[in-house]
Design a binder for this molecule. Structure first.
Ligand code: 13P
Ligand code: SF4
Length: 347
C-alpha cells in the first residue's frame, strides 16, 4: 500500500500544474490523504467551477464527477477512478416519469411548477430541470433553494430524495407536501385539486441512510444520557426529528470538529466518514448511529486511482473520462448555475 501511495505521489508531483484530485467526505482515509481537496457535494461542485487545472479527478460517485464536468471549462477534462461507482438514489428518477408528472401538473392542473433536483441525479434530469426554469440543490442548501421558488409562488416537484424534501419542508414550517407516489404507483389524479400542496415529493431514498430507525435514536439516548446526535437529512423523518442536528457532510465535519473536548457523538451517515471523524478528533467519542457503508463510494481505491493517473500521464485515458452530450450540457449547466446563484444571492 505504501508503495502504491508513493507511486501516486510521484505522478501527482509530475502532473501538479495540470491535475487536481478532489474527494468526497465518504472516501477512504487513503484517498483522503492523497486528495488536494475534500468536501461535501456543494463544495466539490464549487471547486470544479473555480479550478484552472486541466485534469480533474473526482473520487466519489459518478453524479459528482458529472457535476464537475458540467461546471468545468470546455477544455478541462474530468475523470473518475471507477466509472461504475453509481449512486442508487440517483437511479430512482427516470426522465420519462418526470416529464409525465411535470406536464400533468403544468398542463392538466395549470400549476406554475418548477423542478428542484437534488444533485444526486443524472444529467438528463438536471437538463430537464434547467430547461424548465428549475434548479439543482444539495443537502447544504435545499432550504434556500426551496424558499427561493416558494417566494416566487411556484409549486415545486422535488426529486429524487423523498426524505431530503420532507425533512427540509418540516424544518421550514408551514410548507405543505404531497407524495407523488403511493408505493410505486403515481398518486396524482385529474379530478383532484392540488392548490393546497407546495412541494410534490418523489419517492427516492438512499439505502445507506434508511438503516437508522427511531428505536436506534431512543436507545442511544437511554444508554448515553449526554450524547449529541447528528444525522444526514437523507435519513428518515422520525430520525431527523429526534436528532439534535442534521446537515450535509461538511456541516457534520465542522460541527464535530468545533465541539467541546470530551463530548460524545452518534453520527447518522456513512461509517467510513464517521470512523475518520473519530480518528481526527481523538479527544471526543464519536461513533455511528448504526454501521452503514456506501459500497459505491468505496469502489474508489488506491489501485484504480493509480491506474487512472498513469493513463492521464500517458495521455491514454478513455473509459474513465466523463463525457457529456452537448445538448444536455447547456441546460444541466443552467440548473447548477441557478443553484450557485441562489446560494450566493446573485439571483
Ligand atoms: P453531501 O452533499 O452532504 O456530502 O451528501 C452527499 C451524499 O451523497 C450523501 O449521501
Ligand atoms: Fe448515494 Fe446514499 Fe451513497 Fe450518498 S450514501 S452516494 S446518496 S447511495
Amino acid at each position: 500500500m505504501e508503495l502504491l501511495k508513493s507511486k501516486i505521489l510521484e505522478i501527482k508531483d509530475k502532473l501538479k500544474e495540470n491535475l487536481i484530485i478532489a474527494a468526497h467526505h465518504y472516501q477512504s482515509e487513503q484517498i483522503i490523504d492523497l486528495a488536494d481537496f475534500v468536501g461535501d457535494s456543494y463544495m466539490l461542485a464549487k471547486k470544479a467551477s473555480s479550478t484552472i487545472k486541466k485534469n480533474i479527478v473526482l473520487c466519489g460517485v459518478r453524479f459528482m464527477a458529472e457535476t464537475a464536468k458540467i461546471l468545468a471549462n470546455e477544455d478541462q477534462r474530468v475523470f473518475i477512478p471507477d466509472y461504475y461507482s453509481l449512486c442508487p438514489l440517483a437511479e430512482k428518477v427516470k426522465l420519462e416519469d418526470l416529464e409525465n408528472i411535470f406536464y400533468f401538473l403544468k398542463n392538466k392542473k395549470n400549476l406554475d411548477v418548477v423542478i428542484i433536483t437534488y444533485v444526486n441525479s443524472y444529467v438528463d434530469i438536471k437538463s430537464f430541470t434547467g430547461k424548465n426554469g428549475g434548479s439543482c440543490c444539495t443537502s447544504s442548501n435545499a432550504e434556500k433553494i426551496i424558499k427561493y421558488y416558494l417566494d416566487k409562488k411556484k409549486k415545486i416537484i422535488f426529486v429524487p430524495d423523498f426524505y431530503l424534501g420532507s425533512n427540509t419542508a418540516i424544518k421550514m414550517k408551514n410548507v405543505r407536501t404531497k407524495s407523488i407516489f403511493l408505493r410505486d404507483e403515481m398518486n396524482l389524479k385529474e379530478e383532484e385539486n392540488y392548490d393546497d400542496a407546495d412541494i410534490f415529493l418523489w419517492n427516492g431514498f438512499c439505502p445507506v441512510h434508511q438503516l437508522y430507525s427511531e428505536e436506534d435514536i431512543l436507545n442511544l439516548r437511554k444508554n448515553y444520557p449526554q450524547i449529541k446526535i447528528v444525522v444526514h437529512p437523507e435519513s428518515k423523518v422520525e430520525v431527523v426529528s429526534l436528532a439534535d442536528f442534521s446537515g450535509s457532510t461538511e456541516y457534520i465535519y465542522n460541527l464535530i470538529k468545533r465541539s467541546e473536548s470530551g463530548s460524545v457523538w452518534a453520527v447518522g451517515t456513512e461509517s467510513t466518514f464517521v470512523n475518520r471523524l473519530q480518528k481526527e478528533n481523538p479527544d471526543k467519542k464519536i461513533f455511528s448511529v448504526k454501521e452503514s457503508y456506501c459500497k459505491n463510494m468505496q469502489k474508489i481505491n488506491l489501485d484504480n486511482l493509480y491506474n487512472l493517473l498513469l493513463k492521464i500521464k500517458e495521455e491514454k485515458v478513455d473509459s474513465n473520462e466523463i463525457i457529456i452530450d452537448k445538448s444536455e450540457l447547456k441546460y444541466s449547466l443552467i440548473s447548477l448555475k441557478n443553484m450557485i446563484d441562489i446560494v450566493e444571492g446573485k439571483i
